[in-house]
Design a protein around this ligand. Sequence first.
Ligand SMILES: [Zn+2]
Length: 128
Amino acid sequence: MNDKSHVSLERRVCLVCGTHFDTGSILLDKRLRASMERYTTTGLGLCAEHQRLFDDGFVALVECDPERSGSPAADGRLKPEQAYCTGRLAHLKRELFSKVFNAPIAVDLPCVFVEPGVIEKLQAMCAH
Ligand SMILES: [Zn+2]
């Protein structure tokens, strides 16, 4: 049985938690060939929950294992697809982020990758 179709539901992968989610968009094969699976993952995005946190002014800290992640690009930034996430997450208000890390954060940046131990330190700080 061939379950391919000329339409496909667009999905994206959440940058923060790695969940596949529906964008609500439908992709159409331009030549109307039955070339596509039921779902097509087109790239990275933010799931509903993390979009909401982003809109509320939070930045997500995603813990990555540097040993298992790919090497960062020339500008020192790690590409999301190369990051090996440990599954540990934290959310921090943007204004707090700039204070804690002593660095400004771009307003359109939904998440940053941090090394193991950073989230623990932060949680210890916030517990005081
Ligand atoms: Zn998410």
